[in-house]
Design a protein around this ligand. Structure first.
Ligand SMILES: *[C@@H]1O[C@H](CO)[C@@H](O)[C@H](O)[C@H]1NC(C)=O
Length: 467
């Protein structure tokens, strides 16, 4: 049976003591009582989740419902990561195919990255390579960050096609064509769409990043719910990125990537130097101004306040601190060994009610004669020529690639991540060139999962298909 081909309406049913309440608003059955349950049973067919079949042409469609998929279709990386500590050097993060930890649907399994702070990589060949010609590329999958996400990625890499792809050696150095999906560290929430653009002049590749979406992404990382990520790249060089069917970023490969796909046709001449007589100063000190004769540059900033008077009651003869008259020399004090014993100092109680004790000195005050260093006032510079800029020359590295959509062919899909939060569930990966196929695939997988999660508060054990 291919559920995908049927027009179905799904309803969630919770059964308690043979009383079933259908939650969907457009439900056919409102209440099923004990006496009518047999009749109802013939109208409704209880189905556990059914692993879907893609309804059309795909390059890869993976529901991860087969626990044997790891080791056959999906290959774990056995590689060592270059240039890191020996302790981190291995791709030894664990992968498992297992049900969701919360609200699992019977029969629905996912690919789970099990390890914290380890490099983990796994990949699978496409059924046939994707060549960028006249059809769009659609990549879609869902992710559940089952333990949230502190720092780490949950993105896919679409690996560059090669006649001999060595998936067991998949690392961060493996050439990829597109990197797509969520990534977060601290408060930096990202939804990557990066592609490798081949410089037509020297054939080297450079990463081009889609500009940051303006939508807030925080919730996708924190709510621990399944989210559906979709990237569509079209032969007219436009793209869009959506989460849960909502477009959150779109644009043109020619205009909205950083750095731009095509370099500027002119650049500043690196050889050009500012002429020595070029005056960039907009204002200058007035050369005609002279220091006024009464300007004393040496007058101090603060002077003694001659008008200050000693507050009455000031006790000049009392010390601020005095030896504690109640202190006694400890019995074990040995004057020969420890030196002469002195009582510890305490605040002089006689000063408590007085405005002050000890020698009185008048306070300082700002000097009314203080002027500081004399400076000539500023006037407009008659020689001002504006800010100097080097002259423009044709960019020697210029090229114009009118069709960046023509990326390197894709041969495999991989996940190569490092994460501080474990138990990231990946599911329902599809690579296709038909939007309907992606829609249908999501309806048969993600939609069901999401509906179950969104109806929380009630424990649902079954999906009921109303025909
Ligand atoms: C190719 O050209 C780009 C841009 O001019 C430059 O950054 C890059 O280093 C060059 N690569 C090679 C391999 O020459």
């Amino acid at each position: 049976m291919r559920t995908s081909k049927m027009k179905i309406s799904l309803a969630l049913v919770s059964c308690v003591l043979l009383v079933c309440v259908v939650n969907a608003e457009d439900a056919v059955v409102e209440e099923v009582t004990d006496s009518s349950s047999e009749k109802a049973a013939s109208a409704i067919e209880k189905v556990q989740y059914v692993s879907p079949e893609p309804d059309g042409d795909v390059y890869l469609a993976e529901h991860f419902d087969n626990p044997e998929a790891i080791g056959t279709k999906w290959v774990k990386s056995q590689a060592k990561k270059e240039g890191t500590d020996e302790s981190l050097a291995k791709y030894d993060g664990l992968w498992a195919i297992e049900p969701a930890s919360k609200e699992p649907i019977p029969g629905d399994l996912g690919l789970v990255m099990k390890s914290k702070a380890k490099h983990a990589a796994i990949s699978a060949l496409l059924e046939k390579p994707f060549h960028f010609t006249d059809k769009p590329l659609i990549v879609q999958y869902d992710v559940t960050l089952q333990n949230g996400q502190e720092c780490g990625g949950a993105y896919l890499k679409l690996l560059q096609y090669d006649k001999e792809m060595r998936l067991s050696q998949f690392t961060d150095k493996t050439p990829y064509t597109i990197m797509f999906g969520p990534d977060k560290c601290g408060n930096d929430h990202k939804l990557h769409f990066i592609f490798q653009h081949k410089n037509p002049k020297n054939e080297s590749f450079e990463e081009k990043h889609a500009k940051k979406p303006s939508t807030k992404l925080d919730e996708y990382f924190s709510d621990k719910k399944p989210h559906l990520y979709r990237l569509q790249v079209y032969p007219d060089n436009t793209f869009d990125v959506s989460v849960d069917y909502k477009i959150i970023n779109k644009g043109s490969l020619l205009e909205d990537m950083v750095p731009p796909v095509n370099p500027p046709s002119e650049i500043d001449d690196p050889e050009d130097r500012m002429p020595s007589d070029w005056d960039e100063r907009e204002k200058i000190p007035d050369p005609a101004a002279v220091k006024p004769e009464d300007w004393d540059e040496d007058a101090p900033e603060q002077v003694i306040d001659e008008n200050a008077v000693k507050p009455s009651g000031w006790l000049e003869d009392e010390e601020i601190m005095i030896p504690d008259p109640t202190a006694v020399m400890p019995d074990d004090w040995d004057e020969e060994m420890d030196g002469t014993w002195e009582a510890p100092l305490i605040e002089n109680p006689a000063c408590e009610s007085a405005p002050g004790c000890g020698k009185w000195t008048p306070p300082m005050m700002p000097n009314p004669e203080f002027k500081g260093k004399w400076r000539a006032p500023l006037i407009d510079n008659p020689n001002y020529r504006g800010k100097w800029r080097p002259k423009k020359i044709p960019n020697p590295e210029y090229y114009f690639d009118p069709n960046p959509f023509h990326m390197s062919s894709i041969g495999a899909v991989g996940i190569e991540v490092w994460s501080m939060s474990d138990n990231i569930l990946f599911d329902n990966v599809i690579v296709t060139d038909e939007k309907d196929v992606a829609d249908q695939w999501a309806a048969a997988t993600f939609d069901i999962k999401r509906e179950l999660v969104d109806s929380d508060g009630v424990s649902h054990n079954f999906y009921v298909l109303l025909i």
